[in-house]
Design a protein around this ligand. Structure first.
Ligand code: 5GP
Length: 191
């Protein structure tokens, strides 16, 4: 997706440790036009897949997950990374390791929000090692719902998450695929 690649080139910062900082349009300050275009693109790519819910994980995926859900006219649901006082005891859970924070989380989603009648489009901001996606896939499988596919904003194709998830037979669509990135130089896209 051209707009996303242009914004990565203009505002992204490649840091040590294979981390791309995109805080000023993607992760913290959010460019709503970009989010909307991403939602439109996912609607185009997964149209006619029978999507009934868009699922993501807090926090960075939520903005474009909302836009995507709006184009599909279905609810957006997100897994939480920590339990809170109003957490539902009757929840699906999965363990993930955060790539950027280097710590483990148990993610949760109330069982009431996903069931066998659903066909789910999973979306997330980044795909690196695939840990976040494996957690979300586990939750969908536990619910009995079907997976229509996975929509990713930025896939770091030099890490192995994409290969592993596609090897499970799940369709993964990434709007910007990074072949390599070098601090002080920038990013090179796959196509
Ligand atoms: P994975 O679970 O695939 O290893 O990593 C995906 C998650 O880690 C995403 O939800 C995202 O929040 C975070 N992440 C992974 N790589 C990057 C990166 O290079 N930059 C940023 N900003 N977040 C990343």
């Amino acid at each position: 997706m051209q707009l996303l690649k242009e914004m990565i080139n203009s505002y992204g910062e490649v840091c040590e440790g294979n981390v791309l900082k995109v805080g000023n349009f993607f992760n913290q300050q959010i460019d709503i036009t970009l989010m909307s275009e991403m939602g439109k693109e996912f609607k185009k790519r997964f149209d006619n897949c029978g999507v009934t819910k868009v699922l993501t994980i807090e926090a960075s995926g939520i903005a474009f997950a909302c836009m995507t859900a709006q184009y599909f006219n279905v609810p957006m649901v997100f897994a939480k990374k920590s339990a809170s006082l109003n957490s539902d005891d009757d929840a699906y859970t999965a363990d993930i390791t955060s790539f950027t924070r280097g710590r483990k989380y148990t993610i949760t989603l109330p069982k009431a929000y996903l069931g066998p009648e659903d066909t789910v489009l999973i979306v997330d901001d980044f795909l690196a090692t695939g840990s976040a996606l494996f957690g979300l896939i586990d939750i969908v499988n536990a619910s009995g719902a079907k997976i229509a596919g996975i929509g990713i904003g930025i896939e770091k194709a030099f890490q192995d998450g994409g290969k592993k998830v596609r090897a499970m037979g799940i369709r993964v669509e990434s709007l910007a695929k990074i072949k390599s990135m070098t601090p002080g130089v920038g990013v090179e896209f796959c196509d």
